[in-house]
Design a protein around this ligand. Structure first.
Ligand code: R5P
Length: 286
């Protein structure tokens, strides 16, 4: 198991669960921005697993993942690459004419690097999987997130998806959690990125604790808009369950200021809120 710089903690846990030898990597970034990666030991022949997330700096982490795969290929033809957070997954189709479907290009690069199988956690949309053309498994962190919420004491909880695109994920969460679910109608301006909630008034949420379920938080815009709307409907406390907490700039502060009591995320991206460990479910997939 080779742990890239972006996922060393998760890779170590994964190695423990999969009973694999852990090989660390050393990253050196030169003044001109180029980077050099050295693996700490020679992997044995047989299956090699490379683990590296592609959160910001996305492009650097993506390149590091590719070079680690190509290094691993010197020792084995059986390479599994675990990309816990797959960056660019939202660019899986041409939304506006002329846009590049970057995810398709990344899939091509991964294929060319010689990887045999890819494992990702909660890809933004399952439509993205069709670009790969090699075996790819999308693992859901939802059961682990639900297990965490089951240990918390929420008042008459209701699961809320901030948009219709995430409704299936929220439904899966609610089913395991044993609660009801609703989906808000969100509209994002494809040019400016501005988010608006289009849902009409909702009596259902009054006085109830809510769990907003999303695949990822980037700037926090979607969660903030949803929380502001739900607070206006006189809901109880608002919690956020998400897989990938990018929390760009001071997104966490802004989300808390909007009235969110707690953000709980998975360790696909290391950080303060990333308290739900997904190494067990990834281990099963590899
Ligand atoms: C959108 O469809 C995604 O599921 C997330 O809700 C969104 O990408 C999060 O981005 P931000 O935090 O910047 O609103």
């Amino acid at each position: 198991m080779i742990g890239g710089n972006a996922s060393s903690d998760l890779a170590r846990r994964l190695a423990g669960k999969a009973k694999a030898r852990y090989v660390s990597t050393e990253l050196r970034v030169f003044p001109d921005g180029e980077s050099k990666i050295t693996i700490s030991a020679r992997p044995k022949k047989g299956k090699i697993v490379v683990v590296n997330s592609t959160y910001p700096p996305v492009d650097s982490n993506l390149l590091h993942t590719l070079v680690l795969i190509s290094k691993a290929r010197q020792f084995s033809s059986q390479i599994i690459c675990v990309i816990p957070y797959l960056g660019y997954a939202r660019q899986d189709r041409e939304f506006l004419p002329g846009e590049v479907v970057t995810l398709a290009v990344i899939a091509k690069l991964l294929r060319a690097s010689g990887v045999s199988k890819i494992v990702v956690v909660d890809i933004h949309s399952k439509l993205g999987l069709r670009h790969f053309g090699i075996p790819i498994t999308n693992v859901s962190a939802v059961p682990e997130l639900v297990n965490h919420f089951k240990k918390m004491r929420l008042n008459d909880p209701l699961v809320v998806s901030p948009d219709s695109g995430g409704a299936a994920r929220a439904k899966e969460f609610a089913k395991l959690y044993g609660t009801g679910v609703i989906a808000l109608q969100k509209q994002r301006d494809r040019k400016t990125g501005k988010v608006e909630i289009k849902t009409a008034n909702l009596d259902k949420v009054r006085g109830r604790d809510l769990v907003l379920v999303d695949d990822m938080i980037s700037t926090g815009g979607s969660i903030i808009k949803a929380t502001e709307f739900l607070k206006k409907q006189k809901c109880g406390r608002v919690f956020v369950a998400c897989t990938h907490a990018l929390l760009i700039d001071n997104a966490e502060k802004k989300i808390r200021r909007a009235g969110v009591s707690q953000i709980i995320s998975a360790n696909t991206i290391p950080g303060k809120t990333s308290i739900v460990d997904v190494s067990g479910i990834i281990a099963k997939a590899i």
